[in-house]
Write a protein that binds this ligand. Structure first.
Ligand code: URA
Length: 278
């Protein structure tokens, strides 16, 4: 292929959000689907299907982008259960981070550069939880360090906070390839870890940045424009703390006119922290 065509192709990939290679060898999915039988394969019983997944003959099946070992052999429910048990066993934030570093149940770990665990003060009164790391966070290993993070820092400053007085994390601690949304399954598998992280930080106020964070943590289904600014209770190991959802900084970068709504929410957050101190 001539160099200018390669450049054009790569540019197109980048525009489409395809900015990581997830395997060393290219895989021709078109050739694969051309060979695939049109009729659905016969249904197999679960034990048979499990055996087929474990057997060496699995090599005859289409090659996947090297998923984490547990994903090949364990059902999503079992992975979720393992995640819950492991997260519960962590007694400190350091232990939780170590567990996550070793946890292979979420396929996102295979494509991300590193774990993005948290930033800020573990003894903070207020904890902000975003959705998932983006490209800059994946490079630096800290949440909210890209453009939306810079906006978040300015919003924190506006209410007298900074990263020495707030704790920041994400529902999903690995970057989804190309910044796609985490799948419901990825979110379900990662949720026990962020829930344990919230328990260990034990903030007085929990702030969900964006709809996906609010939906994962607060058990709500509304869109963010309906959800934002409403105080809800979050059950922190039997104790209720105040939780609020607000607009995600990345959304505010796209819709700057909505900053006035976020400003309202941030003032309410400031007031809640002050009330807790008095
Ligand atoms: N968006 C998020 O939700 N989290 C980050 O860490 C960065 C961008």
């Amino acid at each position: 292929m001539p160099p200018e065509q390669i450049v054009a192709l790569l540019q197109w990939y980048a525009d489409m959000g395809v900015d990581v290679a997830i395997a060393d060898e290219p895989l021709d999915r078109f050739a694969e689907s051309a060979q695939a039988p049109l009729a659905s394969p016969p249904m197999r019983s679960v034990p048979e299907a499990d055996a087929a997944r474990r057997a060496p003959a699995a090599a005859a099946q289409p090659r996947m982008a090297s998923p984490a070992p547990t994903m090949l052999t364990t059902s999503p429910d079992a992975v979720e259960l393992a995640a819950r048990e492991q997260a519960r066993s962590a007694r400190t934030l350091d232990e939780l981070r170590d567990l996550l570093e070793r946890f292979d149940g979420c396929a996102l770990k295979a494509t991300a550069n590193r774990l993005v665990f948290a930033d800020g003060a573990p003894d903070a009164k207020v904890m902000f939880v975003g959705e998932a790391p983006g490209r800059d966070e994946d490079i630096q290993g800290r949440p909210f360090v890209g453009r939306s993070g810079q906006l978040l820092d300015r919003m924190l400053t506006a209410i007298g906070l900074d990263r020495t007085k707030a704790y920041i994390a994400n529902v999903v601690p690995w970057r989804p390839p190309g910044n796609r949304d985490p799948t419901p399954q990825e979110t379900t598998i990662c949720r026990p870890f962020i829930e344990r992280q919230i328990e260990l930080v034990a903030p007085k106020v929990l702030v969900c940045l964006g709809a996906r964070s609010a939906q994962a943590l607060l058990g709500v289904t509304d869109g963010i424009l309906k959800l934002r600014g409403r105080w809800l209770d979050y059950d922190l190991a039997g104790q209720r703390i105040r939780a609020i959802a607000t607009l995600h900084p990345a959304y505010l970068l796209r819709q700057p006119v909505q900053k006035r709504l976020a400003w309202r929410d941030f003032r309410a957050i400031r007031t809640a922290i002050e009330q807790d101190m008095s």
